[in-house]
Design a protein around this ligand. Sequence first.
Ligand code: F7E
Length: 370
Amino acid sequence: MSEKKIALITGVTGQDGSYLSEFLLAKGYEVHGVIRRSSVDYRERIAHLEGIKNFHLHYADMTDSMSLVKLLGIVKPNEIYNLAAQSHVQVSFDSPEYTADVDAVGVLRILEAVRTNHLESHCRIYQASTSELYGKVEQVPQNEETPFHPYSPYAIAKLYGYWIIKEYREAYNMFCCSGILFNHESERRGETFVTRKITLAAARIAQGKQEKLYLGNLSSLRDWGYAKDYVECMWLILQQDKPDDFVIATGVQHSVKEFATLAFKAAGITLRFEGEGINEKGICAEGPAQLLGKTLVEVSEDFYRPTDVVNLWGDPSKARRILGWNPQKTTFEQLVSLMVKHDMEKVAADHVTSVMRTNLAEYLEKGIVK
Ligand code: F7E
């Protein structure tokens, strides 16, 4: 039998899936990722891994039990990282049933696929759980003992995932664990999550390609960490002697407004906030002459949620003690700075690309190139 460990990652095309793939490949794993058929290309984050000897992709779907049963029978993984989800909280209010199907029943389908293939004692399972379980928080900061109070269709679906993992651990003696991860961001974060929306907008505004940024609740508080640091924890959780659940967080809390202030600063713009609630505005107090005195950030009700989670703050003591993980490896300031640096370069490069396209169109028209 081969010595090489085999990992299966659902949600491999996402921010965490791409970092985890890199991490496991570097550790010598054979990595199998689950992808879905789509007419648009969503494989940008793993494009650099495709073709690597130990990296394999398979079509399957969290809503399709048969595809999961077949895939597990073929891959026979030693470790499963279930990262696939409809992960946008606001979207879960518009698509609650789909969210439940993927984020709740999807977890059950994976567990049953393991049992159907008799892999219970061969395979360890990591479930991507979330700080959203604490929702309308009953205690700050939150640790593994804090009561849950889910406050969105997303969180309620994820609560099922958390409990079914616990149930299979106890009922069938399976090695199933949940990582209760607080918000984790990076230069690969989806562009509709608040941090990336802000860093991209700050870069575009600084380079004269966007006029204003519209946000929702500026006072919302989050514990933001760096996704690349968090995937190490997912792996550590599965390397323990016994299965358990862990809070993964930095232990430091900031508001959306603080994130925006720091991100704009990193892009060369000092914001001054005025007004309150829906009337709050971020005005350019220092920066490029053409932006001085202009309102660059405004609040829009479009980004308010029917119920919003406003006070998340994690206590990572258990992860530090048992996993030996350092929650402060990347600080909040470093995180904001690396995201803005990346997006400043991306926005500048997008400009080059569009200039090149314009030139190309002109050249084609003049018959210079064919
Ligand atoms: O919102 C507020 C918004 O969408 C953070 C997911 O990965 O982390 C993520 O969920 C806060 C909320 O992330 C805008 O109301 C203000 O209070 O970046 P977010 P999230 O909802 O915390 C957890 C751990 C997960 O598990 C999820 O899968 O920021 N906010 N203005 C805004 N949020 C967005 N998206 N857009 C705004 O314009």
